[in-house]
Design a protein around this ligand. Structure first.
Ligand SMILES: Nc1ncnc2c1ncn2[C@@H]1O[C@H](COP(=O)(O)OP(=O)(O)O)[C@@H](O)[C@H]1O
Ligand SMILES: [Mg+2]
Length: 312
């Protein structure tokens, strides 16, 4: 997509999410801001427990926000909103989950699992529902007769396809794919990624792709944001992030990616991220656009160093 025709579909501003109450309150997302453009794949990467799933769940209103704004297609969708807008969000924004085993109701048949979201839309007849299920199954490469089976009868890859059909049946615009291939055998991961890419092209879908693994993201994401302990530390075009990673946490994630060349792999020095490398006692970190489209969290001293690195 040419840069001059970028349209912001999702605007997230200073998003905060907490768990628990008062004394035991834990802030999982500490003020995160990013835009996602229509039609792009935006990657969110960080280690387990960094707040990725929580951000996804906050966007689709499964979990309440403790602060900040989520603006979808120009409308604020967090906090208290009208019933009408809630319905719109429930249809247009869909999430597919990490573990298809855990996220599918084992006692429900595939036709119910896939069509569950349709029950909230008035005026759909059983006949129409059956047709929509058959169409959604076909769209993800599954046979119509699978509708009358149970999830345990399927392989991991097929289960993830069922999860995708469940999202597609709502005719969404925006899909949050939360570690959609992490639980799958390596041999079928590419198939699921290819399916997601094909669907995106055909339907002009916008993706928020969540993963703890930076290596897969390079090839599927237009832009990538790196999250550490509930805060974004760096965000850039994928190529830029791989070519000029600045934040020590991003560098550590990148250095953990195995090199195809065994000789290089053996000689490689793993970078370890130690948050105590930042002295934020006086000079506080600010989320800064260090070059066009490339954002980083750093204090004034670090930003000066990062700018010098970019010049070199
Ligand atoms: N329902 C919950 N109750 C309490 N804490 C939670 C809950 N869900 C997630 N957390 C905590 O919030 C943090 C972020 O979790 P999560 O968003 O699942 O991380 P990620 O998806 O990046 O692995 C973690 O410390 C996790 O323990
Ligand atoms: Mg998660």
């Amino acid at each position: 997509m040419a840069s001059n025709e970028k349209q912001v579909l999702l605007h997230v501003e200073d998003l905060k999410v907490t768990f628990g109450k008062k004394k035991h309150e834990f802030t999982a997302v500490k003020g995160v801001s990013f835009d996602i453009y229509k039609g792009e794949t935006f990657g969110l990467v960080g280690e387990s427990g960094s707040g990725k799933t929580t951000i996804g769940r906050a966007i689709i209103r499964i979990h309440p926000t403790a602060g900040g704004k989520v603006i979808y297609d120009g409308k604020q969708i967090n906090g208290s909103i009208s019933k009408e807008l809630d319905k719109e969000v429930t249809r247009k924004l869909q999430m597919i989950f990490q573990d298809p085993m855990a996220s599918l109701n084992e006692r429900a048949k595939v036709d119910y699992i896939v069509s569950e979201g349709l029950y909230n839309i008035p005026g759909i007849t059983p006949q129409q529902r059956r047709e929509k299920v058959a169409k959604a199954l076909a769209d993800v490469g599954l046979l119509p007769e699978f509708a009358s089976r149970f999830p345990h009868e399927f392989s991991g890859g097929q289960r993830q396809r069922i999860g995708i059909a469940r999202a597609l049946i709502m005719e969404p615009e925006f899909i949050i794919a939360d570690e959609p291939i992490s639980a799958l055998d390596v041999s079928i991961r590419a198939q699921v990624l290819n399916l997601l890419a094909k669907l995106q092209k055909e339907r002009n879908l916008t993706y928020l792709f969540i993963s703890h693994d930076l290596s897969v993201m390079r090839f599927i994401c237009d832009r990538i944001a790196v999250i550490h302990k509930g805060l974004l530390v760096e965000m850039a075009d994928s190529e830029q992030l791989f070519a000029h990673p600045l934040h020590p946490y991003t560098r550590a994630l990148l250095s953990a990616i195995p090199q195809p060349d065994p000789l290089k792999e053996r000689k490689k020095v793993l970078e370890v991220y130690d948050p105590s490398c930042h002295d934020y006692s006086v000079d506080k970190p600010v989320w800064t656009e260090i070059e066009p489209g490339h954002f980083i969290l750093g204090n004034q001293k670090e930003l000066t160093e990062y700018r010098e690195k970019l010049k070199a």
